[in-house]
Write a protein that binds this ligand. Structure first.
Ligand code: SF4
Ligand code: SF4
Length: 437
């Protein structure tokens, strides 16, 4: 049977060979961790500790009363050296708690409930206290996502196992190495939102993960593994839903409008660890990779570990680095400092050597239509970008700029090397500011 997929999109080279067969490694404690107090969509946390305090692994060090937010926990035991603004991967500075590890790794955990008496409310409360957010980079607080309004019931839950960004393999390794936790996590989510059916949507380039999950769920009537084409951006929520269920998320809507909840692999495993083991979210799996890294690896990393330390653990740079990206090459953020810490949403650090990171010289559009053919949102990127260049933001809005999911496919395919994402983000910022005022 042909793997399922969506219309348009683009086939990319996976470039995952360097790490896909490397097990996830634990690394020694870094000399310090820098833990930002705002790593999620929603309100920033207030610090709960002071300079000079000793903190334990898993201790809550930041929180707020605001519903859309998520608490922050210490990832090491040690002394709080400072609470100060620190560079953040988005290019801003964020108030952060700097902790110097004492090497003891003395730990506190959340209270673990009797698993036979779990209720949806109890799960949501644990997930909230554990500080779990969408670990695919969306960083939306998971306890909020697990509370759909009564008028929009969820019937299907999809675990997103596509990892369609080139180079990244952390989710793939997690699917192989934490398979039981992943399946338990799906069952917890199904119970919590009252959905009848769960799906694993996994790219066919991850055949071993498909087989392993199929084997372990063979007797589960309400769980199905769906092999998906390796097209990009198959991991986008709306394209995942279209491929698996054939349903369309409304243009300005969200998956719950059509009865669907999508969770990422790492988030699902974190839910299991919180509910079963009382473990708050204070570390994550990420891939440090790219041709600019000597020895690419999948690492289990304490939140707050800075990029410089992780790159050193992977043998340092291979040649002269040209671009250091947090996230993936298609949707990630270029960095200007190696002192940026890993946060909950960091899926990877990709380093490209200088020769692969040349800044393009845009030329006039030759009307080849390639950007239209690949746009998964059925937009006309050439029109949008022309409107933005001409400062016609209202026209760009009418052409659907706010519907763009910033997948980057148009920019990759364009022979005129037009930097679409820069123009699109510029227009979106203006329009979203106008909406707020
Ligand atoms: S316009 Fe947006 S959604 Fe369409 S291809 Fe370009 S970046 Fe992707
Ligand atoms: S791909 Fe580039 S050159 Fe071709 S139509 Fe789109 S903007 Fe123009």
């Amino acid at each position: 049977m042909r793997p399922r997929t969506f219309e348009r999109g683009i086939y990319l080279l996976g470039r995952k060979e360097a790490t896909q067969n490397k097990p996830i490694e634990d690394i020694p404690l870094p000399p310090e961790v820098v833990i930002p107090l705002h790593q999620h969509v929603g309100a920033p946390c207030d610090p709960l500790v002071q300079k000079g305090n000793r903190v334990l692994v898993g201790q809550k060090i930041g929180d707020t009363d605001t519903f859309i937010s998520a608490p922050i926990h210490a990832s090491v035991s040690g002394e709080v050296k400072a609470i100060e603004p620190h560079p953040y991967f988005m290019g801003t500075e964020v108030l952060s708690v700097v902790v110097v590890p004492d090497g003891e790794q003395e730990e506190v955990r959340l209270e673990v409930p009797d698993q036979d008496k779990l209720t949806p409310d109890r799960v949501r409360s644990i997930v909230r206290e554990a500080g779990i957010v969408g670990l695919s980079g969306t960083v939306f607080p998971t306890h909020v996502k697990l509370l759909p309004p009564k008028e929009r019931p969820i019937d299907s839950v999809i675990i997103n196992g596509c990892e369609c960004e080139p180079y990244l393999t952390g989710d793939y390794r997690s699917m192989l190495e934490s398979t039981e936790s992943l399946i338990v996590g799906l069952k917890i989510i199904l119970m919590t939102v009252g959905a009848k059916k769960g799906y694993f949507g996994i790219g066919v380039d991850k055949a071993e993960a498909i087989k392993r999950i199929e084997d372990l769920t063979a007797r589960e009537q309400n769980i199905e593994v769906v092999p998906l084409d390796t097209k990009y951006p198959q991991g986008s929520e709306r394209h995942l839903i279209k491929a698996i269920l054939g349903r369309e998320v409304p243009r300005d809507g969200v998956p719950m409008d059509i009865g669907v909840l999508v969770q990422n692999v790492a988030t699902t495993i974190a839910i299991t660890q919180a509910v079963r083991e009382g473990k708050p979210l204070m570390e994550r799996v990420l891939t440090v990779t790219g041709p600019g890294i000597k020895n690419p690896k999948n690492l289990r990393v304490k939140i707050g570990t800075v990029a410089r330390y992780l790159i050193e653990r992977c043998g340092g740079f291979e040649g002269e680095p040209g671009k250091i990206i947090f996230g993936g090459v298609m949707r990630g953020e270029a960095q200007f400092s190696l002192d940026v810490p890993v946060v909950k949403g960091s899926q990877g650090i990709v380093v490209l050597p200088k020769e692969m990171a040349e800044i393009s010289s845009p030329r006039p559009c030759i009307r080849c239509g390639r950007c239209v053919k690949v746009c998964p949102m059925s937009l006309i990127p050439a029109f949008i970008v022309t409107y933005v260049m001409e400062d016609k933001i209202d026209e760009a809005n009418a052409a659907g700029v706010l519907e763009c999911i910033e997948c980057g496919a148009c920019g990759l395919i364009c022979p005129a090397e037009i930097p679409f994402i820069q123009y699109i983000r510029f227009a979106k910022n203006i329009l979203l500011k106008e909406r707020k005022t």
